[in-house]
Design a protein around this ligand. Structure first.
Ligand SMILES: Cc1cc2nc3c(=O)[nH]c(=O)nc-3n(C[C@H](O)[C@H](O)[C@H](O)COP(=O)(O)OP(=O)(O)OC[C@H]3O[C@@H](n4cnc5c(N)ncnc54)[C@H](O)[C@@H]3O)c2cc1C
Length: 379
């Protein structure tokens, strides 16, 4: 069990003071499916987007666990889950990729902007015909002297409609298997790079997502992140961190939801008694608590072991599976505990379920996590 220091608690409570601003009008924004630049600026002013990056790149220099703890805090105080999702997407997809694998030149050019939020990042992996089977991607990167030419199309890219920079994964060696994929830092203004309109989606509606089209996009070879052919290894590295960051946010959201359910069920009376005194209601609250604590232990334990250099492939899969499925189950419990009011859109309780369901799909579906765990236990 991690004991957070006074300094870490103080950092996180600083964030809590911005909870009202980060949550403002979240129901209206969700209905309209609008990303709020004003609230992005609040995140920027708090410095959260800089948390895990080195001071030399404009970061706060927090260690990995402290950064996760702060993002759990974001989930707790920010009712605009789409905003939090856009934040983790930018920070991990582009920031972590650059910080851990980018050349000094790339870091100098782009990392300070990602850290202070003046640049928004995204990553483009999924294609219309390759989702879970990402290695079957068809987008190609052809070397032409000092540049690569990128062609193909990408689907469901979070932040794409608002991104200034994207990490695009493409095949630099068709038939090269995992060593045939390369990651490129691509700027929005690049010729031949176009974007589809934002997709309308059931949850995380304030985090814009859309298609990306690459029509002979010229990218300097110095924009390769890591090594040519090292893209799949980079993706594995980034995905592990994406899961830990975005599911740390989910922990905070699950905590906030549990607190709301306890507050409601201990004050709502039926049959002359608090509804929390009915065992079936109490069971739901206990299940929510157990799911939250189990997920929290897995996320932080996995993160601790990952930064100690252990292979946490299976642990990340278990953490993702437990937290995403637990989050969905708890969001449905919350609707049931709130009864009719939980089903109404003005309480924001049903929004939690719509937001939670996405987590069983992005960063590797539930089924893919089961497959990973199955193969690790020898099946
Ligand atoms: C909110 C959200 C944000 C996203 N953000 C991004 C992003 O920023 N960048 C990006 O590139 N992509 C992003 N995605 C796309 C996401 O990564 C894919 O949707 C996901 O990998 C699944 O791919 P797919 O949709 O093509 O489904 P498919 O792979 O076609 O899967 C369809 C169904 O078949 C199941 N299935 C597939 N293969 C197997 C198997 N071997 N065994 C068992 N079941 C299997 C799946 O689990 C699923 O239930 C996002 C998606 C969502 C919902």
């Amino acid at each position: 069990v991690i004991t957070w220091s006074d300094e870490q608690v103080e950092l996180r409570s600083g964030l809590a003071r911005h909870g009202a601003a980060l949550s403002a009008e979240h129901l209206d924004l969700d209905r309209a499916g609008t990303f709020s630049r004003e609230k992005w600026d609040v995140l920027r002013s708090v410095g959260l987007l800089a948390a895990p990056f080195g001071c030399e790149w404009g970061g706060l220099g927090c260690d990995f666990l402290t950064a996760l703890y702060l993002f759990e805090g974001l989930g707790h105080v920010c009712r605009d889950s789409g905003l939090s999702f856009s934040a983790t997407t930018s920070l991990v997809s582009t920031g972590i990729a650059l910080a851990d694998f980018g050349s000094d030149e790339l870091k100098r050019k782009f990392l300070p902007g990602i850290a202070d939020g003046s640049l928004i990042g995204a990553h483009a992996i999924t294609e219309p015909d390759s989702g879970s089977d990402a290695l079957s991607m068809r987008s190609s990167a052809t070397r032409d002297g000092d540049v690569f030419r990128l062609t193909g199309s990408k689907a469901y890219c979070s932040n794409a409609p608002i991104a200034d920079v994207l990490v695009v994964y493409a095949k630099s060696r068709p038939g090269g298997g995992p060593l045939g994929v390369t990651a490129f830092l691509v700027e929005r203004a690049s010729d031949g790079l176009t974007f589809g309109p934002p997709n309308s989606k059931m949850g995380l509606r304030t985090s814009p997502l859309g298609d990306v089209f690459l029509d002979d996009v010229v990218v300097p070879a110095c924009n390769v992140i890591g090594r040519v052919g090292g893209g799949f290894m980079l993706l594995d590295h980034v995905m592990k961190r994406e899961i830990l960051f975005s599911f740390a946010v989910n922990l905070g959201e699950m905590q906030r939801r549990l607190e709301a359910c306890i507050a409601y069920s201990t004050t709502r009376h039926q049959f002359g008694a608090r509804i929390s005194s009915f065992q079936m209601v109490a069971k739901r609250l206990v299940d929510m608590h157990v799911r939250l604590e189990t997920s929290r232990k897995w996320i932080y334990d996995t993160a601790e072991r990952m930064i100690a250099g252990e292979d946490v492939t299976v642990d990340v899969a278990i953490s993702k599976l437990l937290t995403s499925e637990g989050n969905v189950a708890s969001s449905l419990d919350a609707i049931q505990i709130f009864g009719g009011s939980g089903y109404m859109t003005d309480t924001g309780i049903e929004q939690g379920a719509r937001d939670a369901i996405g987590s069983t799909i992005y960063s590797g579906t539930t089924e893919i996590q089961y497959n990973r765990i199955a193969s690790m236990i020898g099946l």
